[in-house]
Design a protein around this ligand. Structure first.
Ligand code: CTP
Length: 413
């Protein structure tokens, strides 16, 4: 990052304290850092701290109230190679989307000619609100890169997406981006240096619903969190991702993730069949129903008063999507599966790895508190073969996804 000019825009959220570390990491990596912060942000971290760490004065106001000097936002906007707004509050995002210009941070944003990234951080309800999501969509259309927030415990006590990613992770993203840009300017192939640039990934996520009749189905409690986190982790490393997603309310926030919504195992299989041949990486993270009702009824099934108290359903096997893609795998393609086990965990996972012709299997233990369906954390074991088995501690699904993504980078030819 030597000699790169990074403009940090800080708005008023509790995560502003993390910006001291980010500033220090960027400066240590050789970047020139300048900081613009809103007045509200000063309640969370002092300009003095950031000025000391960045070795530059920190600006907040449009002018100096003592001597009336005008702070030139145009000059700042032209100076930067990259502008990163972190934490970006719901309020600042809304103003950016609307083109408001009532503080120095916003006028600088409007003057910036460089790429602009935002790292939103806020409470779960604010993050999920339609207005916030609409504003982010507007910003994406305006060319702003939105870095997805981490999920976890929030300052309010709620748990979910909304946390500012750790400074180390933000610094790594900035470094990767500059490394890619550096190569791009010498090779004209833009973004080549991100480890998964130009790679296509196909990922399944969430549950499937197998219809019994028009109003009932057999399903499961998968939230899709792990598959979505994987899609975002691969996108962060430069891949373009097709996410085939069973019924869940959760969405990916990344512009590089294209979501295809499906309902049943059959539809998930068809979507995967269509995209598999063009994909470099296939990951089956969905909790696919192994069986479906043999003959779903066209009409709502009626309760039969005169009949017995029992009802028998005939179920038939669904296609094992992962095994099928394993069969179709060509040299150069990587196929990754999940195993959710309760007993003989490693042995069962190894047998699945071989049976389904996989390159990597991610073992989740249902015996661990904090791992499995619906929760934000996971304990994973990565298994490549009998001699390469790595256990990881309990971590957020975002971090687990990044760990898996990194292993995929290592495994790709
Ligand atoms: N899977 C799939 N299609 C199916 C069933 C499973 O793609 N119809 C994938 C899952 O996404 C997961 C892996 O296969 O990546 C493991 O699935 P699991 O149901 O645990 O294993 P099975 O092979 O079905 O074996 P068992 O039920 O005996 O554990």
């Amino acid at each position: 990052m030597k000699d790169k000019r990074i403009l940090l825009g800080i708005s008023g959220g509790i995560a502003a304290y993390k910006m001291a570390t980010l500033t220090r990491l960027l400066v240590k990596a050789g970047a020139s850092v300048r900081v613009v912060m809103t007045e509200e942000a000063q309640a969370f971290i002092t300009p003095l701290t950031l000025a000391t760490l960045s070795k530059n004065p920190v600006l907040s106001r449009l002018y100096n109230p003592v001597d009336g000097t005008w702070h030139n936002h145009v000059e700042l906007g032209l100076w930067a190679d990259l502008m990163l707004l972190a934490p970006a509050t719901a309020n600042t995002l809304a103003k950016m989307a609307a083109g408001a210009a009532d503080n120095l941070l916003l006028t600088t944003y409007l003057s910036a000619r460089c790429p602009v990234w935002v790292a939103p951080a806020m409470d779960l309800d604010m993050w999920q609100h339609a207005a916030t999501q609409r504003n982010l969509e507007t910003l994406r259309k305006d060319g702003v890169r939105v870095l997805p927030p981490d999920a976890g415990e929030l300052a309010s006590g709620l748990s979910g997406p909304g946390r500012l990613p750790e400074p180390e992770h933000l610094a790594a993203l900035v470094a990767q981006w500059f490394a890619g840009e550096g190569l791009a300017s010498s090779s004209s192939d833009s973004g080549k240096a991100l480890p998964l640039s130009g790679k296509k990934a196909l990922i399944t996520a969430g549950p499937t619903y197998e219809a019994l009749d028009p109003v009932r189905f057999i399903g499961n409690h998968s939230s899709g969190k792990m598959g979505i986190a994987l899609a975002e982790a691969l996108a962060e490393l430069g891949a373009s991702v097709v996410l085939v997603k069973g019924p869940t309310n959760l969405n990916s926030r990344s512009a590089q993730v294209r979501e295809l919504a499906v309902t049943s195992a059959g539809a998930m299989f068809e979507a995967c069949s269509e995209h598999f041949a063009q994909s470099d990486i296939f990951i089956a993270a969905a909790a696919v129903a192994d069986y479906r009702p043999e003959r779903p009824s066209n009409q709502k099934i009626k309760k039969k008063e005169a009949d017995s108290d029992r009802m028998t359903l005939t179920l038939v096997k669904t296609t094992d999507i992962l095994a099928e893609m394993g069969k179709r795998k060509k040299p150069g393609q990587l196929v990754v599966g999940f195993a959710l086990e309760t007993e003989n965990e490693v042995e069962n996972a190894l047998s699945k790895l071989e049976r389904k012709n996989l390159d990597l299997i991610v073992l989740n233990s249902l015996n661990d508190a904090g791992a499995g369906f619906g929760v934000d954390t996971n304990r994973i074991t990565l298994i490549e073969n009998r001699n390469r088995i790595d256990n990881f501690p309990l971590m957020s699904k975002t971090d687990a996804a990044r760990t898996i993504a990194q292993r995929i980078v290592d495994l790709l030819p």
